[in-house]
Design a protein around this ligand. Structure first.
Ligand code: XMP
Length: 273
């Protein structure tokens, strides 16, 4: 919206479906943008991302491959549209964590010495780079954006990719999309900053319909936070946790075990990779 106010008709809005969004999210976001008067295009790059990440299990390597594929996809669109600038929503926490060596956020380049103009052909403009998440929400409220946008639960740029620990596969993504929907619904309230599921590496034995099922293990992560720089796991009634575990294992029989993560940030980060 800021870009629209600044450059009007020169703006082209692009949303990439990288295969790591929530259930139906790409279509939903593009529709929301259209309703705000932004003529967004949806770029389907699912195959490119999955091919680039095949056989890769290291967390930082996955992040770097994601970043490369993300900007190569945007470079293709920019070339076609003859665009010389990319306006993106990098915020202060992204830069601090990447420059501080905590983890490579997908959208930080110039600040760590990567020149996008040489590599991808555009200059990057980051109007929100000095703001933290609560201030970004203030901007959204000031612009009168719908509550669904200004109060939305944060979701990492690389999405479900960094919530599958180790190599990503179609099967794991399909399971995680379903689990994400259940967990977000069950824990969405104003004082919860993020609630999500993570597929842990390895499998665990379980029983489904009286038979052995060697299934996936999902960790539930629920945190309170102001600006994502620190985070605290809130007290959650045990019955609630058991209810959510039952929901997940009943609706997704390939998941045989649920664990609840009680680690604050620090020492853990919010995401697993
Ligand atoms: P961590 O895991 O570093 O997450 O404690 C802090 C906040 O940032 C989100 N996050 C990302 N957002 N690109 C993003 O746009 C990324 O690469 C990325 N990694 C983590 C995370 O969901 C949390 O809100």
């Amino acid at each position: 919206m800021l870009a629209k106010i600044a450059i009007g008709e020169n703006l082209k809005v692009v949303y990439i479906n990288d295969n790591f969004r929530r259930n139906g999210e790409s279509e939903k976001v593009v529709e929301e943008l259209k309703q705000l008067g932004l003529d967004a295009i949806l770029v389907d790059a699912r195959k490119e991302f999955m091919n680039a990440l095949k056989g890769v299990s290291d967390a930082e390597e996955k992040r770097k491959i994601f970043r490369k594929t993300f900007y190569e996809t945007l470079a293709r669109v920019a070339k076609k549209e003859n665009a010389k600038f990319l306006i993106q929503g990098t915020i202060a926490a992204d830069i601090i964590e990447t420059a501080g060596g905590i983890k490579t956020q997908h959208n930080v380049l110039e600040q760590i010495g990567i020149q996008p103009r040489d590599l991808y052909g555009f200059k990057i403009v980051e109007p929100l780079k000095d703001l933290f998440k609560p201030q970004v929400r203030e901007v959204a409220r000031y612009l009168n954006l719908p509550k669904d946008i200004s109060e939305r639960m944060p979701f990492p740029g690389p999405g479900l990719l960094i919530r599958v620990v180790g190599e990503v596969t179609e099967e794991k993504l399909e399971i995680l999309r379903k689990a994400t929907q259940i967990i977000e619904n069950e824990f969405s309230s104003e004082d919860i900053f993020q609630a999500f599921g993570v597929i842990l590496p390895g499998k665990a034995t379980g029983i489904v319909n009286g038979r052995r099922e060697y299934g996936y293990i999902i960790a539930i992560r629920v945190v309170k936070s102001k600006d994502a720089m620190t985070a605290e796991v809130p007290k959650i009634p045990f019955e609630k946790l058991k209810h959510v575990a039952k929901e997940i294992t009943t609706k997704i029989p390939k998941v045989t075990r649920i664990v609840f993560d009680i680690t604050d940030k620090p020492p853990a980060t919010i995401e697993y990779e």
